[in-house]
Design a protein around this ligand. Structure first.
Ligand SMILES: [Zn+2]
Ligand SMILES: [Zn+2]
Length: 557
């Protein structure tokens, strides 16, 4: 049993919904959430939302929300509802801090030295959609659009049909006009509600930030509101962001409700209203911060019902908190080099209330866990803790349920990745019983596709699987005693012994020639991998073509 198996009983199954609504406890948490949404008798399409303010790198952490929303959407669709899953890029937010790392359009993570960092610095306080794309070799109109395009691409790669919405576009189209008008016409009420959550909300506080027509920065210095004309008069005095004051240009002007934005605590509930949001999952930071105020503002300022909430636990990456600013992030693009999309989708299907670690060095454990989940669904293994969850969740995790699908265990796939020879990989997989004579060709192809991913993992981690079988004889120089022992082993292999027997013989035989066992293995690693170490050599050689192994041991090819 791996650790993950030991934890399986707490990592699968349903969760208690956040509210007290009575709900049957299901095997899959998404059913519990769907019950709660249905209990409100929503009108179709049911709207599920997530959202993020652009940062330097669209990364796996953003999929906490997208994937949780996806499972709830899929369950509701199965129940016959029309569902719209949207994800807002909160791209009218101002750049508050220059990111240290950015992702270019080809998913290379680059430092500030590779972009015009000065241009970014000059745009502090400016909405992301008004900042030039930091990369000039792609055709996005702005920093915001660059980020959103990459995020949309990630969602597509992971196979989730999420509708990306630009907040800026929604403001510009006037979609927020009425709710801005509503909030500003009840500014006293808005201040009263907000002041319970935020310091410094005095009589001068206006719940709207105008965008300066001269320098494009946002300003909180709104001096007058004309509700009929739907405009505000502002002074470009800058704004406080990230603990520092960003200077404005001093311009005095008039902005429409489309030329600015609501402060975040109002904007979030305003999005619920404008989009008719029924469900929104969010991380712990929001649970303690903007959710309580958002709920209050929705009910007591906007007078709407807030969506069904769900708080999820963050996952850590390699044992540390995900952090765009410190660079502890991984992109979907990187992860899909190592894992099949369904394995990644599985990661987010597990209990969202349980903290997890996404440990790149232990991708083998995650894949093993997924394989077991899949086998449980097909009744190939019996696991009472996993069974109901697998039966319910598996069809949502894979693109298509196909009973003839086969998986090569990930670490074995990593061993197969030691050779570039496609046929040899397939033969080795057949020898080990991972592919059967009647495995359909599509399933063989799909199973072998894992080899490239496991190999990429071995390379990325430079772990015990990162070896390459040498197609040509490496340059070697051995003592005559070692050469004699290798010749002896060649005869032993030629006689047709199994890998296990070859491994045993590699321990027995060197002594006869006065050779240390370690030196003998080293000679073997040198011959086959041109390296000082490698996998369990005897067993590995047992998988290879016998003629090739014999000739290599005799230093002939
Ligand atoms: Zn771009
Ligand atoms: Zn200005």
């Amino acid at each position: 049993m791996s650790d993950s198996d030991a934890n399986a009983d707490t990592d699968v199954g349903g969760v208690d919904p956040d509210s007290t609504a009575a709900s049957e406890h299901h095997a899959f948490w998404a059913d519990d959430v769907a019950d709660e949404i249905e209990a409100r008798d929503p009108t179709d399409p049911i709207v599920i939302k997530g959202g993020v303010s652009p940062s330097g790198i669209p990364h796996l952490g953003h999929f906490n929300e997208i994937m949780r929303g996806y499972y709830v959407a899929e369950v509701l669709r199965e129940r016959g509802h029309e569902v719209r899953q949207v994800f807002t890029s909160d791209d009218r937010d101002a750049l508050r801090k220059v990111p240290r790392t950015l992702a270019d359009a080809d998913w290379n993570l680059v430092g500030l030295g590779d972009v015009d960092a000065g241009a970014l610095g000059r745009n502090l306080g400016v909405p992301y959609t008004d900042i030039p794309d930091p990369f000039d070799d792609c055709d996005h109109d702005s920093y915001g659009e660059h980020f959103t395009a990459l995020l949309a691409e990630s969602a597509e790669r992971i196979g989730v049909p999420v509708e990306m919405l630009s907040n800026t576009a929604m403001y510009e189209a006037g979609e927020f006009d009425d709710v801005v008008h509503h909030v500003l016409s009840r500014a006293d009420r808005a201040r009263e509600v907000l002041s319970a959550y935020q310091d410094g909300v005095d009589d001068a506080y206006v719940p709207f930030m105008a965008q300066c027509s001269e320098c494009k920065r946002l300003t909180t210095d709104v001096r007058a509101i004309d509700l009929d004309a739907r405009t505000v008069d502002y002074v470009c005095s800058g704004l406080e962001a990230g603990g520092q004051q960003i200077e404005g240009c001093g311009h005095e002007g008039t902005a429409t409700f489309r030329e600015g934005k609501l402060p975040w605590r109002f904007e979030w509930p305003a999005q619920w209203q404008v989009l008719g949001v029924d469900f929104e999952p969010f991380g712990k930071d929001h649970a303690e911060g903007s959710w309580p105020s958002g709920e209050d503002i929705a009910e007591n300022v906007l007078e709407i019902q807030p969506p069904v909430p769900m708080t999820y636990e963050w996952f850590t990456l390699n044992g540390e908190p995900l952090s765009s600013s410190s660079g502890n992030v991984v992109t979907v693009d990187e992860v899909l080099e190592l894992l099949e999309p369904e394995v990644l989708r599985y990661f987010f299907a597990r209990n969202p209330k349980k903290a997890k670690d996404f440990d790149l060095s232990r991708m083998d454990q995650l894949v093993d866990e997924f394989d077991r989940f899949e086998q449980t669904y097909f009744g190939e293994v019996e696991d009472s803790t996993l069974q109901e969850f697998a039966e319910r969740a598996y069809p949502f995790v894979v693109d298509e349920v196909r009973g003839e699908r086969v998986r090569i265990p990930y670490t074995f796939a990593a061993v197969l990745g030691m050779t570039d020879d496609r046929e040899l990989r397939e033969q080795m997989a057949r020898n080990e019983g991972h592919l059967a004579d009647d495995t359909p060709e599509w399933a063989v192809e799909a199973a072998l596709a894992r080899v490239e991913r496991a190999r990429a993992w071995a390379e990325r981690m430079d772990n015990e699987y990162n070896y390459r079988l040498q197609a040509d004889l490496p340059e070697t120089e051995f003592d005559p005693s070692v050469e004699a022992a290798l010749d002896d082993l060649a005869d032993f292999v030629a006689a047709g012994h199994s890998g296990e027997e070859i491994q045993g013989q590699m321990y027995e035989l060197p002594d006869n020639y006065g050779v240390e066992t370690g030196d003998f293995f080293n000679a073997g690693y040198r011959l086959f991998f041109d390296a000082d170490s490698g996998p369990r050599l005897g067993e590995f050689l047992g998988e290879l073509d016998r003629t090739f192994v014999v000739r290599r041991l005799r230093r002939e090819e």
